[in-house]
Design a protein around this ligand. Structure first.
Ligand code: HEC
Length: 163
């Protein structure tokens, strides 16, 4: 009787241990394949950028004014002229574009995260692919830095978290 009891206990422990093991394995595989996916996206984009002519503004310093100009061209169709997520294209999207004037939401993203989101798209931050990657179209990191400045102007906020 006692033997069977401890057999059962052993089985339960083995069962729990294998659940934990497979759980951990899935987390590791998931994280690695996501990282690999990001590398592929970044690589593909770099490849495209190499084939593009150099941006004539490549030596221009990033600035909020430049950011505002670029935001007007590239972002307002979805994010709206005021940056509140109500652009003319927004009603066609099944995921609502982010509200860039929401200080709480925006302060939870640091400048590097915003840069990566603009550069490689929503998928970079595990968000919707309806947020496009802009790195190749802009083809100039200083443009992306300017856009981050514009985003900080819109939310009137700084990052409170380091991610
Ligand atoms: C085609 C429509 C579209 C355009 C154009 C667009 N976005 Fe977005 N963007 C979205 C959508 C949709 C989301 C919401 C994604 C989600 O919540 O999954 C989003 C989300 C974001 C976010 C928040 C991501 C997060 O961390 O949650 C940032 C920042 C952003 N966009 C910046 C920009 C900037 C800067 C531009 C212009 C260069 C731009 N977007 C142009 C559709 C667009």
């Amino acid at each position: 009787m006692a033997g069977r009891f401890s057999d059962n206990k052993l089985r339960v422990h083995l069962c729990l241990a294998s659940i934990v093991f497979f759980g951990l394995a899935l987390v590791v595989i998931g994280t690695e394949s996501r990282a690999a996916g990001q590398d592929v996206a970044a690589e593909k984009q770099a490849e495209v950028q190499q084939q593009l002519p150099p941006d004539p503004d490549k030596d221009r310093e990033p600035s909020p004014e430049w950011g505002a100009e670029l935001y007007g061209h590239y972002c307002t169709p979805c994010h709206g002229i005021r940056g509140d997520g109500n652009g003319f294209n927004a009603h066609k999207l099944i995921v609502k574009p982010a509200n860039h004037t929401d200080a709480k939401f925006m302060s939870e993203r640091n400048d590097q995260k915003l840069f990566d989101t603009i550069n490689l798209g929503g998928v970079e931050v595990a968000k919707s692919t309806l947020m496009p990657p802009w790195g190749a179209a802009l083809n100039n990191d200083n443009k992306i830095k300017s856009l981050v400045m514009k985003l900080r102007d819109l939310c009137k906020c700084k990052a409170t978290k380091n991610w």
